[in-house]
Design a protein around this ligand. Structure first.
Ligand code: NAD
Length: 290
């Protein structure tokens, strides 16, 4: 298949390389990043999109997505599909999909989970919004870049699934870290705490799979000096998108808001920028009740 790939950074680079390695003809464009192996360089986003059956974008945010979409949608062939895999606000995802559909294209918003390791290893999870026809067209590509693709409903629902998931993740990570710091002060051994909670009703992915306490549970960024992993800055971005969506949909999300405020303080005023999002535990260790 002829594929255009725009945004070849930490995630897009290895995703495009996996498509090329599987035998697809991939033409790429990025303002700064180098071309991954097997990907032909285009001079503009429009050049990468022209003549492609599927154009994939993997960009930093909704404003940049809207700008790139305005360059590629007018030059794409009718019936071709735009698949945006970036994490962006639901409103931008829906606006860009509407433009594509009006221009006679298919459109999918398909943010991913699995991080840079998942992108390199081809083990991402895709959560997709769009028509059945659009999803079916790009599903074989999702199967190369990932291990699972879930069709979540119409345009925007992929982004909705992503931010709801990450709102749960942010809040459970914070409370898991709080609980470890409380357990320390109560004289409860961390291993005992893990053994109980990971098999009791307080369990979650944050405790069982990505335990924030070094030396406890499976290997995680806590065992590597809290190097990301999934950076606190990216968690903050996703929590802000969740709160933006909650406001726009008039949903009451008090714990999501508290999680966003805490990550904002951690990243912007304390020393959390560039650390893994589980570095909330050393943050709480240093603090008392007042
Ligand atoms: P990145 O900053 O490494 O890559 C983004 C790329 O887009 C950069 O190479 C940049 O040069 C390029 N770019 C910016 N504006 C452009 C334009 N106008 N035209 C062409 N290229 C342009 O970011 P990343 O880590 O690859 O993340 C990409 C997206 O994936 C983000 O939306 C992020 O939230 C999401 N995501 C990231 C992770 C992760 O762990 N890194 C996990 C899941 C989802």
């Amino acid at each position: 298949m002829k594929i255009g790939f725009i945004g070849l950074g930490n995630m897009g680079g290895p995703m495009a390389a996996n498509l090329a390695a599987a035998g697809h003809e991939v033409t790429g464009f990025d303002l700064a990043a180098p071309m991954p192996e097997g990907v032909t360089k285009a001079d503009t986003a429009a050049d990468a999109a022209k003549g492609a059956e599927v154009v994939i974008t993997m960009l930093p945010n909704g404003d940049i997505l809207r700008k790139v979409a305005a360059e590629i949608i007018p030059v794409m062939d009718k019936g071709a599909c735009h698949a945006d895999c970036s994490t962006v606000d639901v409103d931008s995802a829906r606006a860009v999909a509407d433009q594509a559909i009006e221009a006679g294209l298919l459109a999918v918003d398909a943010p991913v989970s699995g991080g840079v390791g998942g992108a390199a290893g081809g083990t991402l999870t895709f959560m997709a919004g769009g028509s059945e026809e659009a999803f079916d067209k790009v599903k074989p590509l999702f199967d190369i870049m990932g291990q699972k693709a879930v069709h979540c409903g119409p345009s925007g629902n992929g982004q909705a699934a992503k931010i709801c998931n990450n709102m749960i993740l942010g809040a459970t990570m914070i409370v898991t870290c709080e609980a470890f710091a409380l357990a320390d002060k109560l004289g409860l051994d961390r291993q005992a705490m893990f053994d109980v909670v990971s098999t009791s009703s307080g369990q979650s992915w944050s405790m069982n799979t990505y335990c924030p306490a070094p030396g406890v549970g499976p290997k995680s960024p806590a065992d590597n000096d809290y190097k990301p992993g999934f950076a606190s800055d990216l968690m903050l971005k996703d929590l802000r998108l969740a709160m933006q969506a909650a406001e726009s949909a008039d949903a009451d999300t008090p714990l999501g808001e508290a999680a966003m405020e805490l990550y904002a303080r951690f990243v912007e005023q304390e020393d959390g920028a560039g650390t893994d999002f589980s570095a909330m535990l050393p943050r709480f260790e240093k603090r008392g009740h007042g």
